[in-house]
Design a protein around this ligand. Structure first.
Ligand code: MN
Length: 275
């Protein structure tokens, strides 16, 4: 198995465990995100282990790449139970988990596990899309409904959404009336004070980035943020008690230049070094 570069060989020493969730069965437009975890591992060899943004090096931290949840799973309930089992096990060992999707629906079982361990969990969500539909194409469980399902677990007031620039009128109204909803902007500085000391789960749909830097995704949405704004935003979260992270919706084959995969590897490096 290929591992993300600089992974430890021993899980016992690692504070952070990386896991791949290669699942894209509900992708409505362009599937392919199931190939993201392994693609990011391969391309991670092409970036530096040193972050000049943070003056830290991946060689100096303890993390372990534990591989993927079974790649052949195309049924959500099977993915859900396999993921919860794995994450429950890692959380019982007091690990932080950094998960690589897969489509955004993979976040649901991750948060189901996290909420059991941290009942006062709050969610920070970066995305182009609100993902607040109650149903999509007749399905309750879809990449387009995932934050609505998450709201049913953690409570909508415990969700903080940034960068949203696409959705139905109903989703935008639901967001404005129920979640902490910050469309278009990445203004996390408005909320960091109220998020101190609370356990926080960060879910990053990489399509929050503009398709000009990140075309390798299932539902690209023009009008997004640039790469350095995402890095700056992550930096502003420094000091918060971030207990889990996922980065989802990279679909490598939609970007023949490979820049989207490199951008993902670089963001993962920064996340590993930040939290
Ligand atoms: Mn999205």
């Amino acid at each position: 198995m290929i591992k993300f570069f600089c992974s430890n060989n021993n899980i016992d020493k690692a504070d952070i465990v990386m896991i791949g969730l290669p699942f894209d069965a509900t992708s409505s437009f362009r599937a392919g995100s199931r190939f993201a975890p392994d693609d990011v591992r391969v391309i991670s060899e092409s970036i530096e282990s040193y972050s000049p943004y943070l003056d830290k090096d991946l060689e100096d931290i303890e993390f372990y790449d534990a591989g993927n949840i079974d790649i052949t799973i195309s049924n959500f309930e099977k993915l859900r139970s396999a993921t919860r089992q794995k994450i429950d096990e890692l959380l019982s060992q007091n690990k932080k988990v950094l998960s690589i999707g897969g489509e955004h629906l993979v976040t649901l079982p991750l948060i189901e596990s996290y909420h059991k361990k941290y009942p006062n969990l709050k969610i920070i969500h970066f995305d182009a899309h609100a993902d607040l539909r109650d149903e999509y194409l007749g399905e309750k469980f879809s990449h387009a409904t995932v934050l609505r399902r998450v709201a049913e677990i953690v409570g909508s007031k415990n969700i903080y959404q940034f960068g949203i620039r696409s959705g139905t009128k109903e989703e935008f109204e639901y967001g404005k009336n129920n979640t902490n909803f910050f469309p278009f902007e990445m203004c996390v500085e408005n909320v960091v004070d109220e998020l101190q000391e609370t356990p926080i789960y960060l879910t990053i749909d990489l399509d929050v980035l503009d398709p000009s830097i990140f075309p390798g995704t299932g539902t690209p949405e023009p009008g997004g943020i640039c790469f350095s704004e995402l890095l700056t935003t992550i930096k502003k979260l420094n000091g918060l008690n971030i207990v889990g992270i996922d980065a989802v919706e990279l679909s490598p084959s939609n970007d023949t230049s490979r820049v989207s995969s490199i951008a993902t590897a670089k963001i993962i490096r920064e996340l590993l070094l930040s939290f």
